[in-house]
Design a protein around this ligand. Structure first.
Ligand code: ZN
Length: 343
């Protein structure tokens, strides 16, 4: 894909994958906090020892490489970085934005080897961080984590190449006594699944999102709160809450006030595709769809989803009463054409 990298014919050091996952774990903590920038993590290593690690925590804040370099320098002295290896989940920048180029900081620190998880997918990016490092005689290698770093920035890659946000569709089914799957909760039952694991998973999806999309029917039926609970949210995080209302009818005032108080900017819309385009223009990378059967069917029919998180609640069996085993489980799937799958 890139003129700067030969395909990897030499086996990776196991250590490379390990340290890249340290960098990935840093980045993953800030998914949902960095738009319109991608989440990025970095880890500095010398003689098999981690000197420092860090992440890009919010737009306007320092890049991950800089955080890791500064932490390593303050813990071990700036001389310790000479001939260290940097593991970074995304190609270091080589352009002056709100901060000076990371490629320059890497060169100045004397880092001799840079392992990059994914190339910058942004076609508008000015400069070529990997090329600059290589031209300065540093060893540059790619993709130590076998696609995981491309997957991390898939929403950013989609947004920066198409202008559209990545759509994660959350679906929750239960199995009826007749053995059918339905999205409709049992009458008198809760509208969400109640195992701790599923609740945390569902709220982590909210935490990762920049906008939540729901339907007016869901609002009228349940008056749901769409804030992040069950897991800690990012600090001072404000999100868009989009209500699909084909008729143009407004949600009840009381519910709107509830969501405003939770920090949402609520938009009532009637055109799904135009809304996704508009959200992209607002810098939204990740939209989470939490909707009932009607809007969910439209998302599916128009193939608007990139990722699905599917929760299934099965019927209890007699032995479950003894084991206390959770009655629900979740799985995740990606659209067949998801960009991160390609090299
Ligand atoms: Zn940078």
């Amino acid at each position: 894909m890139s003129p700067h990298f030969e395909s990897r014919n030499v086996p990776a050091h196991d250590e490379d994958a390990l340290f890249m996952h340290v960098a990935l774990s840093e980045a993953e903590r800030f998914i949902g906090a960095t738009a319109p920038n991608p989440p990025v993590g970095a880890c500095l290593v010398k003689d098999g020892r981690i000197l420092g690690q860090g992440a890009h925590m919010r737009a306007g804040g320092p890049h991950a490489e800089i955080v890791a370099i500064e932490r390593a320098a303050s813990a071990h002295g700036s001389g310790a970085l000479k001939d260290a290896a940097l593991y970074v989940t995304l190609e270091p920048c080589n352009h002056h934005g709100k901060t000076s180029p990371c490629a320059d900081a890497i060169l100045e620190a004397g880092i001799s080897r840079v392992v990059i998880g994914a190339l910058d997918p942004n076609p508008n990016v000015v400069g070529d961080g990997a090329g600059k490092l290589r031209a300065a005689g540093r060893r540059v290698e790619l993709d130590a984590a076998d696609g995981d770093c491309r997957r991390l920035i898939a929403p950013f890659a989609k947004w920066s190449t198409t202008g559209l946000p990545w759509v994660t569709h959350k679906l929750a089914y239960r199995v009826t006594p007749e053995g059918r799957l339905t999205m409709i909760p049992e009458s008198g039952g809760d509208t969400t699944f109640t195992s701790d694991r599923s609740l945390r998973e569902a709220h982590l999806e909210r935490r990762k999102s920049d906008a939540i999309l729901t339907g007016l029917g869901t609002v009228l039926a349940d008056h749901p709160k769409f804030n992040v609970r069950h897991v800690p949210d990012h600090k001072n995080r404000r999100r868009y809450l989009i209500v699909m209302s084909e008729s143009g009818a407004e949600p009840p005032r009381e519910w709107l006030e509830q969501e405003w108080d939770l920090g949402f900017e609520v938009l009532v819309v009637s055109d799904l595709r135009a809304t996704l385009k508009h959200l992209g223009e607002l810098g939204v990378h990740r939209v989470l769809v939490e909707a009932g059967p009607t809007l969910s069917a439209a998302i599916k029919a128009e193939r608007l989803w990139d990722e699905r998180v599917v929760f299934v609640q099965r019927r209890p069996r007699p032995e479950d009463l003894l084991s206390g085993e959770a009655l629900d489980y979740a799985y995740r799937e990606f659209a067949a054409d998801a960009a991160w799958k390609k090299n």
